[in-house]
Design a protein around this ligand. Structure first.
Ligand code: NAD
Ligand code: G6P
Ligand code: MN
Length: 451
């Protein structure tokens, strides 16, 4: 059984490999292949991956390649997590909108749409290569962002592909909750309900052993004015652990605190943290440093620690604890693969075509909901209609994402401008146009031609 990781040079690859290796027996996996178009970057990451497998005495063979045929031949699972344009382009995604006073974020607002325009066609290439070389019953589990746009493009352009688009934010929120509320650390056994779009959804219930954890989490948030655990707040200055460093960075500190701001406004559900960019756009802009955004933070923390860790290992044979992060992100995708492989029908929050799941949302919307997942993929289950406020929010965002995908496929500038203008993070269509034009310039090597 072969698992291929696309975007082998990603900062998340070591953690994902560790999660796979920990489930070696359940997955019956005997080979992991790393595939990337950046040979040098992937080589560096593969040094750590090789160390992890050896240290675990894992029987899994490691192959590192930039050739699609070698990457996908006879593979069963493909875990995709590529970042088209890398951090260099993420800086533009975040900083160009900020120049015009609009939200600067990699997956939300106009930055997310720009990233979407870069990723749609490379993702189709991955699917086509997989179809050509992999096992006929392959599954692509896709983390590559922006997942909302990528999943809509897959639906339109490759409707028969065996792909499940996923996001780790809901599970990351549950993990945070498990560290905030008392005696509920086993977040993987929470029973949750959730609905929305990717990076645009709400928990409607979280139960654990008969306890209403959602209410306990809300009380914690309102009391502490954030969803960060006390221990993270205490350790802000003294730790190098990526897990904590990440969440107490300038950007994520604000994100976790925004949970409090949103709850004070709309106390009925528990919002995904990403909704702050839509509900609190002005505050997000005010808090951002227009010349030092999350991309810069990542370059100077997660990426830096990883590559310094590689250098240190090559010199000394030792890996420092800070070199890579392992946790919920890798566990989530590996557990999903286990559920498919062994037909376990466990529940995961995934992005799927609505097809009637939410009755008052369009059938062809790509929505994010918990569903049981077995060997044939997601098992559909109908839900109740959602309240008007949430439906209206989702419809507007869906229209923005759908117009973007249509614009990309048709090379239609006007549709892309409509997509940018419809996005809730933008006040003026003139700003949308200025941002689009500037982004078109820096994305020349990546975007489809728009006329
Ligand atoms: P990264 O830049 O460290 O790694 C991305 C890798 O993708 C790079 O090595 C790059 O060379 C490679 N790549 C770029 N274009 C490619 C292509 N066409 N084919 C193959 N490989 C290609 O980025 P990162 O911060 O580690 O994140 C990786 C991806 O995972 C991003 O898309 C990120 O947004 C996504 N991500 C998603 C979630 C989620 O919830 N869905 C969570 C975490 C990360
Ligand atoms: C969460 C989201 C991902 C996103 C990531 C960014 O995990 O679910 O979709 O890619 O955050 O994290 P970063 O540390 O790169 O800002
Ligand atoms: Mn996500």
């Amino acid at each position: 059984m072969i698992i291929t990781i696309v975007g082998g040079g990603s900062t998340f690859t070591p953690g994902i490999v560790k999660s796979i290796a920990l489930r070696q027996k359940d997955l019956d996996v005997n080979e992991i292949r790393l595939f990337d178009i950046d040979e040098e970057r992937q080589y560096k990451v593969s040094v750590v991956v090789d160390y992890i497998l050896k240290e675990m005495n894992s029987p899994i063979k490691l192959t590192v390649t930039t050739i699609p045929e070698i990457a996908y031949k006879d593979a069963t699972f493909i875990f995709a997590q590529m970042r088209v344009g890398k951090y260099e382009m993420r800086i533009h995604d975040e900083q160009i909108p900020l120049k015009y006073g609009c939200v600067g974020q990699e997956t939300c607002g106009l930055g997310g749409l720009a990233y979407g325009l870069r990723t749609i066609f490379p993702m189709m290439k991955v699917i086509d290569d997989v179809e050509k070389y992999a096992n006929k019953d392959y599954w692509i589990l896709n983390y590559s962002n922006p997942a909302a746009v990528v999943s809509e493009a897959c639906r339109v352009l490759r409707p028969n592909a065996r792909i499940i688009n996923i996001c780790d934010m809901p599970i990351a929120i549950l993990e945070m909750i498990s560290k905030c509320v008392k005696d509920a650390s086993d977040y993987e056994s929470y029973k949750v309900d959730y609905f929305g779009l990717n990076h645009f959804g709400w928990f409607t219930s979280i139960d654990y052993q008969g306890r209403n954890i959602m209410e306990e989490a809300k009380e914690y948030i309102l009391k502490h004015e954030t969803l960060l655990p006390e221990v993270y707040i205490e350790k802000i200055k003294q730790t190098k652990s990526e897990e904590i460093v990440r969440h107490v960075s300038n950007s994520w500190l604000h994100t976790w605190a925004s949970e409090n701001e949103m709850l004070k406004l709309f106390p009925d559900y528990l919002p995904n943290t990403y909704l702050n960019y839509y509900f609190l756009s002005k505050e997000s802009v005010a808090h951002s440093n227009p010349t030092y955004t999350r991309a810069n933070e990542v370059i100077n923390s997660r990426e830096k620690n990883l590559f310094e860790g590689v250098d240190h290992y090559l010199k000394t044979g030792e890996i420092t604890k800070e070199a890579f992060y392992h946790g919920a992100h890798g566990n989530f995708i590996a557990d999903l693969a286990v559920s498919i492989k062994n037909d376990e029908n466990k529940e995961f929050i995934v992005i799927v075509e609505n097809k009637g799941i939410i009755p008052n949302i369009a059938d062809d919307a790509m929505i994010e909901v918990p569903l049981k997942i077995g060997k044939n993929g997601p098992i559909y289950a109908k839900r109740d209609a959602i309240p008007l406020f949430y439906k209206a929010m989702m419809d507007q965002q869906l229209a923005s994402e759908k117009l973007l995908v249509e614009g990309a496929i048709e090379g239609d500038y006007l549709k892309v401008l409509q997509s940018f203008s419809l996005n809730k993070t933008v006040n003026s269509a003139n700003d949308a146009k200025s941002i689009l034009d500037e982004m078109m310039e820096v994305n020349k090597a990546y975007w489809p031609t728009l006329k």
